[in-house]
Design a protein around this ligand. Structure first.
Ligand code: MN
Length: 138
């Protein structure tokens, strides 16, 4: 069955582990990158449904990587959620300028990450969607 893919670009190993674990448990396929450069490369190769992009990354930061991806027709429509420790309005504005579609401020509860991913791309698989529909119908 077709599973939705999330590309997680994050240099912090603990964060990678936590977010990958919860997303995988919910049924998403997760591809991991550790630098902005690797993130851009994998985004083009894997065509994920959504990208979780840490802002502070080695080699190429998350905003520069976002700008690159938004400028490429292959990935310009892919939603990108910035993950950042910076909560100021100016930081949010810079992320929006770079093309980020969402913004989560660290420390981020794993449940918040799931919520945001599901809100933007829907359930991990069509099966989950059917099951959710059934649950709602009672
Ligand atoms: Mn980082």
């Amino acid at each position: 069955m077709e599973r939705k893919t999330v590309l997680l670009v994050e240099d912090n190993e603990d964060n990678r582990f936590i977010y990958t674990t919860i997303l995988t448990r919910r049924g998403y396929r997760v591809v991991e990158a550790r630098t902005g450069e690797e993130g851009v490369r994998l985004a083009l190769a894997e065509r994920p449904d959504l990208i979780l992009m840490d802002v502070s990354l080695p080699v190429m930061d998350g905003l520069a990587a976002t700008e690159r991806l938004k400028a490429d027709v292959a990935t310009s429509q892919t939603p990108i959620i910035a993950l950042t420790a910076h909560a100021m309005a100016s930081d949010r504005a810079r992320a929006a300028e770079a093309g980020c579609d969402g913004y989560l401020v660290k420390p981020i509860e794993p449940s918040r990450v799931l919520e945001e991913v599901e809100r933007m791309v829907g359930p991990a698989t069509p099966f989950d969607a059917a099951q959710n529909e059934q649950l709602r119908a009672g």
